[in-house]
Structures are given as structure tokens and as C-alpha cells.
Design a protein around this ligand. Structure first.
Ligand SMILES: Cc1ncc(COP(=O)(O)O)c(C=O)c1O
Length: 410
């Protein structure tokens, strides 16, 4: 079964691939899915079913021993002091912010080019989102743009920076740590797409005061439903996150603060514990596939140096010092929408993350931004196209994807 119409954070639809009119997509080709989770499930089937059975046998459904075991293994793998399971990446962002004391009266600088939750979680925490533009090469929050914002009229009241490690590439943690130190700002990482990614040898999740991960089924490390995690090296943040995710209770039925039900369940705990053993190898496979895409586009004479595309494609790169985990492999290309239609007609999966920058979202009109405020984010939203990349993607499938793009661009 294929995953179609994938929207990060949105409903996940599954469907048998339709018969495609190969003519409309150019030369007839074997379809290539954007993501095929059945290929991951098949070799893990026995292990996963046994693990799920253990939850039923022990009846430990909410938090409990299975989630605790995952938390211990996750903290060890990431090299952080605390890893706390919760109900989703969105909740993890809210918990990380609220746990770090960011709430009413605080402003938080983040990117307009991300999934909606990066900004909505700031509002949920009672704080005010302040946006700064992205770097056109990495698509991540630009430290220079953040500095400009901090010195401008929206800079007053900023208490935190929330960089997003978009597509699995860490935002510039050196620059954000320096800004944090110099201006006494809290750093909260949105690491939803970046399990295993590194910056100068330190894993995402340990690059700031607190971090949020998502285990949404399309993520590199994925649950069998909604789940998320907060990581931190700060004992005070960990204590608050534990309290907030469980209705504000430290002591049963004594509510210290207005917490919420944001707990992880045991089924997700065991599924994630099983997959945690394989995520390192899966990320390495993604890295190999990304290098191979780069070589295939270069061989086809399509790769341009960028940052903006002229006639061919600008292929994504790893920043110096970073270890990319390729949650997505995202090109910049002109006539993006026409290319996508061509690929879809040929049965080749692709996605646009994200077609509408956050300052142009109806729900965020109240932030008071308008068209033209973040030209890099707006341009990226018109040019980006994510191609199939998942550990089980075959070499012949990659060749099919690149050949189809070459045909469209010829
Ligand atoms: C960058 C980013 N932040 C936050 C989230 C929210 O995670 P979730 O869908 O698990 O709530 C997602 C994923 O959907 C994401 O991609």
C-alpha cells in the first residue's frame, strides 16, 4: 500500500496506486511511491507484533514501563539527559516551550517556512510568534535575519528562538547558541524532522534548552499513530514537562498548573523502541540515496549551483559541520507545479513542503504580516519539490525519478 497525498502533520491517506496514464506523464515508467511504509513493516512484522502483544499482556497503556523504556533508550541514543514521551510533535513543541517557561508576555522568533505547528505551538503556549526569513540555501531560519528582527521593533519582548531543523538538516546551532548566550534567550529546537541529525557532532535534541520531536508516521523515526517527545539537558525543564503532560500533576490529583493530557501511550512506546534499533541504519540509507540523487542529477546535466534555479534543478546540500538525515530530499525548480503534474501523471510521487508560508496562512493573519515580508520563504514556497526518499527506495526507482524530471526539463 502506498501513502498518497502526504501532508506533514495532516491526515494520512493510504490507497492502492491508481493505474496511471503513462502517456500524459511522458515515457511509460514503473510508478514510484513518495513513501511506502509497507516495505519498512514487512521485515519488522514479527518483532512489532510481539512488542504490541507485550503491551496487552502487561496492560500498561498510558506512560508506564514501555514508554519509560523508550525514553531511556532515546535519551541514550541522542546523548541527552532527559527524553520525555508525549502525544504528538505539536504537543512536544508546546511542552518544550511551556516547560522552558515561555508563555504569556514572551515573544518567540521562528521561521515562516515550516509546518504550521512551529508557529501554532507558540500561540498555544500563550506567547507571540515573531517571524524572520530563511536562508535560501538551507531553507532554515537565517541567523542574520533573526538578528535584524531582534534589533527591530518586534524584537522587544523576545525571550526565545525556535529554529526548525527543516527536512532533517540542523539549523545553524552555532549562531543560535551564540545569540542565545549574548541576548539571554532560550533556544527551543523544532527537531520534528531531524531524529539523528547532527551539528558539529552533537545530535539534534541536545543543541538548545529543549527540543521537540514528532513520530508522525511519515517521519524518519515513526510511530503507529501520533506520538512525540521532548528532550532537554535541564532538570528544571524536564520536571515541568512531566508535570504539564500529565494534567499539571506532580502528585496525583494535585494540579500545580494548567497542564493538559499530552501523554504517550504504551503501544507507541514499544513500536518506537523496536524502530530505535534501526533508525541509525535507516538514516545512513537515506544519506546514500541523497548522494546518489545528486550524482544522477549531475550526470543528467541538470544540477545547478543555485541558490535559485535557472533551467534545471538546484539539488539540496549538507551544511559544513552538519549531518543531514534527509527526512526530505527537496529540489528547487522552475515551473514546479507543471513538473509536479507531469510526475503525478507518470505515477511518480512528489510533495510540496510547504506551498504557503506561515505568514500567508489565514489562521495566522492576526500576526500582522503580509505578502513580501519574507521574500526568501515566499520564493521557496513556489520552487520547492520533495522527491521520494525512504530507506527502502530502490536505485532503479531513483533512476526513474531523475529520468522523468530530465524528460520534462528537456
Ligand atoms: C517541522 C514540524 N514541526 C512540528 C510538527 C508537528 O508534529 P506532529 O504532526 O507529530 O504533531 C511537524 C510534523 O508534522 C513538523 O514537520
Amino acid at each position: 500500500m502506498w501513502l498518497r497525498g502526504l501532508k506533514e502533520g495532516g491526515m494520512q491517506k493510504t490507497a492502492i496506486p491508481e493505474r496511471v496514464d503513462a502517456k500524459r506523464g511522458g515515457t511509460a515508467r514503473t510508478p514510484v511511491p513518495m513513501l511506502d511504509l509497507e516495505r519498512q513493516y514487512a521485515p519488522l512484522r514479527g518483532e512489532l507484533l510481539e512488542a504490541l502483544g507485550r503491551v496487552l499482556e502487561t496492560q500498561q497503556f498510558i506512560l508506564g514501563e514501555h514508554v519509560a523504556a523508550f525514553e531511556r533508550a532515546a535519551a541514550e541514543q541522542l546523548g541527552v539527559k532527559h527524553a520525555l514521551g508525549c502525544s504528538s510533535g505539536t504537543d512536544a513543541l508546546w511542552l518544550a516551550l511551556a516547560g522552558a517557561g515561555i508563555g504569556q508576555g514572551a515573544a518567540v522568533v521562528t521561521t515562516p517556512f515550516s509546518f504550521f505547528a512551529s508557529v501554532s505551538a507558540i500561540l498555544r503556549a500563550g506567547a507571540t510568534p515573531v517571524l524572520a526569513d530563511i536562508d535560501p540555501v538551507t531553507f532554515n531560519l537565517s541567523p542574520a535575519a533573526v538578528e535584524t528582527v531582534l534589533d527591530g521593533k518586534r524584537g522587544a519582548g523576545v525571550k526565545a528562538i525556535l529554529p526548525v531543523h527543516l527536512y532533517g538538516l540542523c539549523a545553524n546551532a552555532t549562531a543560535f547558541s551564540r545569540l542565545g548566550r549574548e541576548r539571554e534567550l532560550t533556544i527551543v529546537e523544532d527537531a520534528a524532522q531531524a531524529w539523528g541529525a547532527e551539528w558539529n557532532g552533537v545530535k539534534a535534541g541536545g543543541l538548545g534548552d529543549a527540543a521537540a520531536f514528532s513520530f508522525y508516521p511519515t517521519k524518519n523515526l515513526s510511530a503507529a499513530g501520533d506520538a512525540g517527545m521532548v528532550t532537554t539537558n535541564r532538570d528544571d525543564v524536564a520536571d515541568r514537562v512531566k508535570m504539564l503532560r500529565n494534567q499539571g500533576m506532580r502528585r496525583r490529583y494535585h494540579h500545580d498548573e494548567l497542564g493538559w493530557n499530552a501523554r504517550m501511550d504504551g503501544f507507541q512506546g514499544v513500536v518506537l523502541t523496536v524502530k530505535l534499533k534501526y533508525i541509525g541504519a535507516w538514516n545512513e540509507k537515506r544519506r546514500t540515496l541523497a548522494t546518489r540523487y545528486g550524482a544522477l542529477f549531475a550526470k543528467a546535466g541538470l544540477a545547478e549551483s543555485g541558490p535559485y534555479p535557472a533551467h534545471g534543478v538546484v539539488t539540496p546540500r549538507e551544511s559544513p559541520g552538519a549531518k543531514h538525515v534527509w527526512h526530505q530530499y527537496v529540489l528547487r525548480v522552475v515551473r514546479r507545479d507543471a513538473l509536479r503534474e507531469f510526475l503525478t501523471a507518470g505515477g511518480i510521487g512528489s510533495e510540496i513542503y510547504y506551498p504557503v508560508p506561515l505568514h500567508r496562512q489565514e489562521a495566522l493573519k492576526g500576526l500582522g504580516y503580509g505578502e513580501g515580508d519574507f521574500p526568501e520563504a515566499e520564493r521557496a514556497a513556489n520552487e520547492v519539490l520533495a522527491l521520494p526518499i525512504f530507506p527502502e527506495l530502490r536505485e532503479d526507482e531513483q533512476e526513474t525519478v531523475v529520468a522523468a524530471i530530465a524528460e520534462f526539463l528537456s
